[in-house]
Design a binder for this molecule. Structure first.
Ligand code: IPD
Length: 278
């Protein structure tokens, strides 16, 4: 089926993400309420996560009724158009809970099944309402922060690379992740844990991080951010493939990626990942 150009889909993603970001920000100023916990007591969902996802879902369904929907807080629906919207209403929920201004609405539209191993991401928008930052990309048209074109940092040797990562909500997995970070920290400039995978990927795109990696991400955490990083010149993938996924996502300038991935592979050998919940 014919679908609109990626730039047209991006206009919709951006508009909806801005509206959703304004709602998330308003609810944050009114006070945040935990609605439930999910995979572990640390893995929370706020009333705002659900309300914002409902708003996004409604706006997208009005504009594109035949597209599928795959979001963090509600049931998926299948497409009849070939396109699916992959949505995290608030990425960085714990930051949101604590009032740390690093949370974001993340909206991507993908062609094909909503599976990062095979999907083709056409457009993505990541809005941080607390800092009024709007990151966007559409396939083939570059990545942007507002009207500023983004480029990843080039020519950074691993020893001078600022690396970002994230940790699981599951305690045993966090302990394993900390061992890997412990092995890495002496080989890079320093490590950051920002608390939002979507913003980590945008940070690589705009040069606030040199490399980002995480094991255990969900598709909605990285769908939009991975396109933004790629369109800014990053290579995004895993150890042996260019398809990121739950097992691993790495994003960096291609030359740094080539230095970083063998180091990470060696650390995974030293500290084999368990296969428990992430
Ligand atoms: C989380 C954030 C965090 C990452 C976790 C994600 P959520 O998403 O992106 O930075 O380390 O892996 O689950 O729960 O805030 O939407």
């Amino acid at each position: 089926m014919m679908h609109p150009a990626p730039t047209e889909l991006l206009d919709l993603a951006r508009t909806v993400a801005l509206t959703a970001g304004a709602l998330a920000h308003r609810r944050r100023t009114e006070g945040v309420e935990i609605a439930a916990s999910k995979s572990s007591p640390e893995d929370i969902v706020t009333a705002a996560d659900r309300e914002v996802e409902l708003l996004i879902r409604g706006l997208l369904a009005d504009a594109r009724p035949n597209d599928g929907f795959y979001g963090e807080e509600s049931d998926a629906s299948a497409h009849t158009s070939g396109l699916t919207w992959v949505v995290d209403p608030i990425d960085g929920t714990v930051n949101y809970l604590y009032g740390i201004p690093f949370y974001a609405v993340s909206i991507a539209v993908v062609q094909g099944d909503p599976d990062p191993a095979s999907w083709n991401t056409l457009a993505g928008a990541v809005v941080n309402p607390a800092l009024r930052e709007v990151f966007t990309a559409s396939k083939g048209s570059g990545a942007w922060l507002g009207d500023q074109r983004l480029h990843v940092n080039h020519d950074v040797p691993l020893s001078l690379a600022l690396a970002g990562t994230g940790f699981s909500y599951e305690a045993a997995r966090r302990v394993w992740q900390a061992k890997v970070v412990g092995g890495l920290i002496g080989q890079v400039r320093d490590i950051r844990r920002i608390g939002s995978a979507a913003l980590d990927l945008c940070s690589v795109a705009c040069g606030r991080l040199d490399v980002y990696f995480e094991r255990g991400l969900n598709p909605w955490d990285h769908a939009a951010g991975a396109l933004i990083a790629r369109e800014a010149g990053a290579r995004v993938g895993a150890l042996h493939a260019d398809a990121e996924g739950r097992d691993l996502l790495i994003a960096a300038d291609p030359a740094l990626y080539d230095q970083f991935s063998p180091v990470l592979a060696a650390l995974f050998e030293c500290f084999p990942p368990d296969d428990g919940p992430r």
